[in-house]
Design a protein around this ligand. Structure first.
Ligand SMILES: *Cc1c(COP(=O)(O)O)cnc(C)c1O
Length: 916
């Protein structure tokens, strides 16, 4: 085995745990077959089995009994017996059948498992369907006793238990952490005091990981091991229920504030049944979906409706000869669950007090927020709600000009002034990255130097960006808070909601970083760090000095106010438009009334019940299996990256851009190159995620298709129409692939086979077409890859909309500009290809855009209302070969505000802002 293959297989190779496990079993199975055929030696089987046995210690199945049976058959040279058992176990692991069928755990039964059910039993079907989880037991008992302990738990099972579980036993803190990372089925942990610190296995990367996950995990002394382990496990998987069993004075332990993260502390010799019942109750607390549960009850009740919703109960549908197919298509439950009632067990989304409130509170718990709000009109609405709730006319918001349109429109609605900052450009793909921290700090320092820092209310950024750039959210917030301690942050995490369930991505979410900053601010060291830096910086540090320093905020002065929006439907199992606003804001009580006004403004008074239920259910799923699902999505992405970039034919025409191509070097201080670069260890990825200014979300893959002669839009069309493959957005020469919690390795196989087919046909065409065809192909590739237009930066607002702005800062009154366009008299049209357009650019007067102009792709506004149009923008538009441009009618031309109108009057908003 090569050293890198060995590396990938060591127990601490955490990034591809489940598929790595499947691969090992497949390997064992195939070596066993060779052994049975006489092609392989027993030693080879032995080594494959031992290699795998270490990993299996962290899983309940196949367990000691079956592993012992395997070893015995090997020892007795029972080739067919070994092969049969290895085959059965590996199939069981891949199908997950053992989770439903206790018979699979017994060695005597050699029948092959049936394929696992893809669909759960239908409603009303009597077959018991009990979800399965694993209990991690950390114990000082000798390993020889572990099978006995596991069987003790099994004996406690009762018919009426809602869930079943099996136990995984380990004897040390390090093994417990490994198990929690490697085994996504673990849902609860029982810690018996007295266990060891170090792993029994050699795990070279493990300690690096422990260091990144929790400082307490790395301390080498043996004090307080239980509490340290509990803290470490919670840092890695906050959803786990932790039980502590001690023979010390448990009352005293329970009073320790560090024990707050433990679900229950028990006296060790207490009834084991007590622990069993607590375990099941803990799972139930996550399984429960207050709104969905109630909706199901509601649907079963006979109810006559006299409110305005004819399809409720389905009568208008099923009785109709004309629309009955709708009923047949969706099924009766959809109609039984439709209601406009907010009583009789259903709650009101606008003023929740019952089960919606409880569902939201559970979502807040799950996502690490103080408050969660369900939104049924997508994150487009969530963003507008947050902006309206927190900023007023005249306030300044620093935001990425390249952000989703809901932010721009949110500012038009609220009357706050955008201070646009630019993301770093990726001109070769006609797209933008993310906004460098230096740019953000400079914006704040410029405002400060003009004495206008009090006007800035919010920093509003997209995390991660469409193309996968993840901010260092903690660093951004810390450094900004060092300049303005009460700045509010809005992190648009439309795509990134799932990140909460990866311990590696979580610190880079808005909520994750807020929790870390809060914890830091409470340490004694925080004040010392701040004071030390203050002394170093001296009395009046220059702006330059501040830009170069990694600023530490004053932990006593900061007001941590963090908002995060996510399109639950984009990365979790919610129905389209299901979205959430998550809040960690120490001053939330001061704006709560405003926040409710914002809900009243934007939320429909007829929110869709199924959507609310799906948000509730999406939360349940993530709390119970999100960790494994997200790990799987990352594995699938790494598979796709590997297959495309290493396939001899596919890589001739296509490639997935590596981290080095997506994030310029200056923002990758860790030196990380790419997930698959030679010599890269997976803990290098962790370091990048931890340290770098921007890191790349592995699940978002930019597939370059320009090198195969396709522009993004037509390649997307080809995949959809010919091969039933849907991809995400496109750029001029790339498409975005995204792996999700629903992807499987079969999806990867399908994609690869399709790309292979396409490459094959290009190859043939070029071979048969001769020199002419090859020349044409090369020219097309060059046009797509090299002749790319420069991306136009935001120019500036027209002076008329800046009368209230600072001299050196670019904010402007976008709302007044937007409404100025409502008077046709004040507007004119100018085709971009006209000589008049060139003349105006050269000699004036300024051309001032009357509205947003947003080409798709790339999808960011190249003009906003009130913006002065420059040569750069016109050049970009002329080169742009896309058909869909929102806000621009080709026949009429650009819609402009007449400058003579602007010359005369004053901006109304400006007057108001002045008076404030
Ligand atoms: C999709 C998206 C939105 C809007 O979310 P919807 O749920 O589609 O309304 C907002 N911001 C970003 C960054 C998005 O990608």
């Amino acid at each position: 085995m090569s050293s890198s293959a060995k590396d990938a297989r060591s127990i601490d190779h955490f990034f591809s745990a489940p598929s790595g496990r499947h691969d090992r079993w497949r390997d064992l199975h195939s070596i066993a077959r060779s052994w049975a055929n006489g092609d392989a030696k027993r030693a080879a089987v032995e080594s494959a089995l031992e290699d795998l046995a270490v990993l299996e210690e962290f899983h309940a199945f196949p367990g000691t009994e079956l592993m012992t049976a395997l070893r015995e058959r090997l020892k007795n040279d029972d080739k067919p017996g070994f092969l049969a058992l290895a085959k059965r176990i590996s199939l069981d692991i891949i199908t997950g059948n053992y989770k439903q069928d206790a018979g699979e755990w017994q060695k005597a039964d050699l029948a092959l498992p049936d394929p696992a059910d893809v669909l759960p039993p239908a409603l009303g079907e009597t077959r018991a369907y009990r979800p399965y989880f694993e209990l991690l037991t950390v114990t000082p008992a000798p390993a020889a006793r572990w099978p006995h302990i596991a069987s003790e738990f099994r004996r406690l099972r009762r018919q009426e238990d809602a869930f079943i579980y099996e136990s995984v036993l380990v004897g040390s803190l390090e093994d417990a952490v490994c198990a929690a990372i490697l085994n996504p089925d673990i849902a609860a942990v029982a810690i018996y005091e007295g266990f060891a610190l170090r792993s029994r296995h050699d795990a070279p990367v493990l300690r690096n990981v422990l260091a990144t996950q929790h400082p307490l995990l790395l301390e080498s002394d043996e004090a307080d091991l239980s509490l340290r382990l509990a803290a470490g496990l919670k840092a890695i998987r906050p959803e786990l229920d932790i039980y502590l069993l001690s023979d010390r004075r448990v009352e005293k332990l329970a009073g320790d504030p560090r024990a707050a993260i433990i679900r229950r502390i028990m006296y060790q010799i207490e009834e084991p049944l007590e622990l069993h019942l607590s375990l099941l109750e803990g799972i139930k607390a996550r399984f429960e979906t207050p709104f969905f549960d109630n909706l199901k009850l509601y649907a079963q009740r006979p109810i006559a409706t006299f409110h305005a919703l004819p399809i409720a109960r389905g009568k208008s549908v099923f009785r109709s000869p004309w629309i009955r197919d709708m009923g047949q298509f969706y099924g009766i439950n959809l109609f039984l669950a439709e209601s406009s009632a907010t009583t009789g067990g259903l709650d009101s989304l606008l003023e929740p007090t019952g089960n919606i409130k409880r569902a939201q509170d559970m979502a807040a718990r799950a996502f690490g927020a103080e408050h969660a709000f369900f939104v049924t009109n997508g994150t487009s609405t969530s963003n507008k709600m947050v902006l309206q709730a927190l900023v007023a006319p005249g306030d300044i918001v620093i935001l990425d000009r390249n952000c989703h349109k809901s932010h721009h429109y949110g500012l038009v609605l609220s009357g706050a002034q955008p201070f646009y900052v630019e993301a770093f450009p990726m001109a070769e793909f006609s797209m933008y990255g993310a906004v460098p921290l230096r740019t953000i700090k400079k914006a704040l320092l410029d405002l400060k130097s003009e004495g206008r820092l009090d006007r800035v209310k919010m920093l509003d950024l997209t995390n991660c960006t469409f193309d996968g750039h993840i901010y260092n959210t903690r660093r951004v917030m810390e450094e900004c808070l060092a300049i303005k301690p009460d700045l509010i942050f809005l992190w648009d995490e439309a795509w990134f909601g799932f990140a909460r369930w990866s311990p590696f991505l979580r610190p880079r979410t808005g909520m994750g970083a807020a929790a870390d900053i809060e914890a830091w601010a409470q340490t004694q060291g925080a004040i010392e760090q701040f004071e030390k830096q203050r002394a170093e910086l001296g009395n009046a540090p220059s702006a330059d000095k501040l830009l170069q320093t990694r600023l530490i905020p004053d932990p006593r002065a900061i007001r941590l106010r963090v908002y995060q929006t996510n399109s639950t439907h984009k990365s979790m199992s919610a129905i389209r438009q299901g979205s959430m606003v998550l809040v960690r804001d120490v001053d939330f009580h001061t704006i709560e009334a405003q926040f409710h006004e914002a809900i009243f403004t934007h939320a429909s008074t007829s929110p869709n019940q199924q959507l609310i239920a799906s948000l509730d259910v999406a939360r349940r799923q993530m709390e119970l299996e999100g960790y494994g699902l997200v790990m799987n999505a990352i594995e699938v992405a790494l598979d796709i990256r590997r297959e495309i970039n290493s396939h001899p034919l596919i890589s001739k025409y296509f490639s997935i851009v590596g981290a080095d191509g997506m994030v310029p070097k200056e923002y990758r201080s860790s030196g990380f190159v790419d997930f698959l670069a030679p010599g890269t260890r997976w803990d290098d990825q962790l370091r990048s995620m931890r340290e770098d200014e921007f890191c790349l979300d592995p699940t978002r893959m930019t597939l370059v298709c320009g090198t195969a002669g396709f522009d993004g839009t037509s390649f997307k069309g080809l995949l959809a129409s010919e091969y039933n493959i849907q991809v995400n957005k496109t750029s001029r020469n790339s498409v975005l692939l995204q792996s999700n919690i629903n992807n499987t390795r079969s999806d990867v196989a399908l994609l690869i086979s399709v790309l292979l087919k396409i490459c094959g046909s290009i190859d043939t065409r070029l071979k048969h077409g001769g020199e002419a065809e090859q020349k044409a192909f090369a020219a097309r590739v060059k046009a797509l890859m090299k002749d790319v237009p420069d991306l136009p930066n935001f120019s500036h607002f027209h002076e008329f909309f800046r009368q209230d702005a600072g001299d050196k800062t670019p904010e402007g009154d976008i709302r007044t500009a937007f409404f100025a366009a409502y008077s046709e008299k004040q507007c004119e049209y100018l085709p971009i290809d006209s000589p008049e357009c060139d003349r105006r650019l050269k000699d004036g007067p300024d051309m001032v855009s009357a509205n947003f102009v947003i080409p798709y792709p790339p999808g960011f506004p190249i003009m906003v209302p009130g913006q002065v149009i420059t040569q750069e923008t016109i050049t970009f538009m002329r080169k742009l070969d896309v058909k869909e441009i929102h806000g621009y009618e080709k026949a009429k031309g650009l819609k402009l505000l007449k400058t003579d109108v602007l010359a005369g009057k004053k901006s109304a908003n400006h007057e108001k802002a002045r008076k404030k």
